[in-house]
Write a protein of this length. Structure first.
Length: 190
């Protein structure tokens, strides 16, 4: 485990070091959920067009429950493990680029978990309607990388968040399927 954490720090130092001041503003924009609103609205529009308003409302409800779930579990992990963020880690904080500083804990990334969970959930629904729906996964990749760039998360935090998010998204999709089978009047495709 010690070796894995050492490699994680080395990879972080490398990836974080790829940044430059001229791009710092761009990555600060990328890391804020609010700036992704046009993207989310576009996805919601495409989804609603295919599934109708009733089914879309159910999807939004499940999505809200999913994000609440992943967010709360992420906080449990962060407070349980209490891993320092890279910007607060004594052995590397003076050699890395710290663009944004936070005092909360690092393991695992809530940005990675929430973005991957919601993307997985939406992807599993929308894939039957759009051939290139796999491109949705660019969102969590770019969104979570911003956390490394800014000095807030180690790669292992991101990867763990992705895995947890993927599993959570899949689990909530299965719950959604069960619900839609139980109440077929809301479904247009099950």
């Amino acid at each position: 485990m010690e070796q894995l954490l050492h490699l994680d720090k080395e990879l972080f130092v490398f990836l974080n070091g790829l940044g430059s001041e001229s791009f710092d503003g761009f990555w600060k924009i990328i890391t804020k959920q609010l700036h992704w609103t046009p993207f989310f609205l576009g996805i919601f529009y495409l989804l609603q067009k295919k599934v109708g308003w009733k089914n879309f409302g159910i999807i939004i409800l499940f999505l809200a429950l999913l994000i609440t779930f992943t967010d709360q579990i992420t906080n449990l992990f962060k407070n349980g493990f209490q891993r320092l963020r890279p910007c607060n880690t004594p052995e590397i904080k003076d050699i890395i680029r710290v663009v944004v500083k936070r005092s909360s804990f690092s393991f695992f990334s809530g940005h990675a978990a929430n973005s991957m969970a919601s993307t997985m959930f939406i992807f599993l629904i929308i894939r039957r309607y759009y051939n290139y729906s796999f491109l949705l996964f660019l969102f969590p990749l770019i969104f979570a990388y911003s956390r490394i760039y800014l000095g807030l998360h180690f790669p292992l935090d991101i990867l763990s968040g992705y895995v947890f998010g993927m599993l959570s998204g899949l689990f909530f999709y299965k719950l959604y399927e069960v619900f839609m089978r139980k109440y077929p009047k809301y479904s247009i495709y099950l």
